[in-house]
Ligand binder design. Structure first.
Ligand code: 9MG
Length: 272
């Protein structure tokens, strides 16, 4: 269990990005309505939780001010929790956004900076909600400039192990922690492939593993497909991740991912 979320079978976390380019008109009210419609459709498609974020973490993305991030995500969290009965996770690295999002109804923190921003660790401990700690080498703007690892799976595991220890020291219970290798975050194509192949290395932490591979650039590099044509590659990557121990899959295409993981679960349960 992770809060109210059962991890008996693989869970799909639906991605709800609230950035100006996420919804066609970019208008505030319509963004809330569009986000609610998307949340309903993801719930109907079998999502187990929703990840709401107001700052793009794509390579090269620009920073968003605190005020802007709050303005994007808080009205959406308040509205979405009224229309779907699913746990909401807040995708942020800012302690103030964590605090306001939890007050608005978010039940989990998803931090691509693994609570390393000033004040984030203390705020997450105070809020007493589950946290997802993700590995990233470098910063979003520059992270894809020649990342270097000795052994990517071992290096990522060592980093996450250290962050888990810091969290526990700050008062976050181990049962509240999820770890994520951060596919695409400061990793070259070969690193992402090696990490997926050796995802089981992370199991030594004894914590649920979350992965985000959906539509990512490495899948485009391997298939030659643009972002809108990466569904088959995303499903294939999600399948491999779950076979290699992932408990939660962060995905744009919820229904398709749920179906793919049902097959994986059935086969894994039948294995002797
Ligand atoms: C916000 N975000 C974008 N990609 C992600 C990933 O792979 N994992 C997590 N936890 N968050 C992500």
């Amino acid at each position: 269990m992770l809060g109210s979320l059962s991890l008996q079978s693989p869970a799909v976390m639906g991605i709800l990005n609230i950035t100006p380019d996420s919804f066609s008109d970019g208008g505030k009210l319509n963004s809330v309505e569009a986000a609610c419609a998307q949340a309903r459709s993801m719930a109907a498609a079998g999502a187990s939780l929703l990840d709401i974020g107001g700052e793009s973490t794509r390579p090269g993305a620009l920073d968003v001010s605190l005020a802007e991030e709050l303005q994007r995500v808080i009205p959406v969290i308040e509205a979405v929790r009224k229309v779907v009965d699913l746990p909401i996770s807040i995708d942020t690295s800012k302690p103030e956004v964590m605090r306001e999002a939890v007050a608005a109804g978010a039940l989990m923190i998803n931090d691509v900076m693994a609570l390393q921003a000033p004040g984030a660790l203390q705020e997450a401990a105070r809020l007493n909600v589950p946290v997802c700690l993700m590995h990233m080498q470098g910063q979003p703007r520059t992270m894809q400039n020649s990342p270097i690892y000795a052994d990517v799976a071992a290096d990522v595991t060592a980093f996450l192990s250290e962050r888990v220890a810091q969290c526990v020291q700050a008062g976050i219970r181990r049962e509240q922690i999820v770890v994520d290798p951060g596919f695409g975050f400061g990793k070259a194509l070969a690193h992402n492939v090696e990490l997926l192949a050796n995802l089981r290395t992370l199991q030594q932490l004894g914590l649920p593993v979350l992965v985000g591979l959906s539509r990512k650039r490495s899948l485009g590099d391997l298939t030659g497909k643009g972002v809108d044509a990466r569904l088959p590659a995303s499903l294939s990557a999600a399948t491999i991740a779950v076979l290699n121990g992932a408990a939660i899959v962060r995905a744009h295409d919820v229904g398709e991912t749920v179906d793919a993981l049902r097959i994986v679960s059935a086969v894994m349960e039948a294995a002797i």
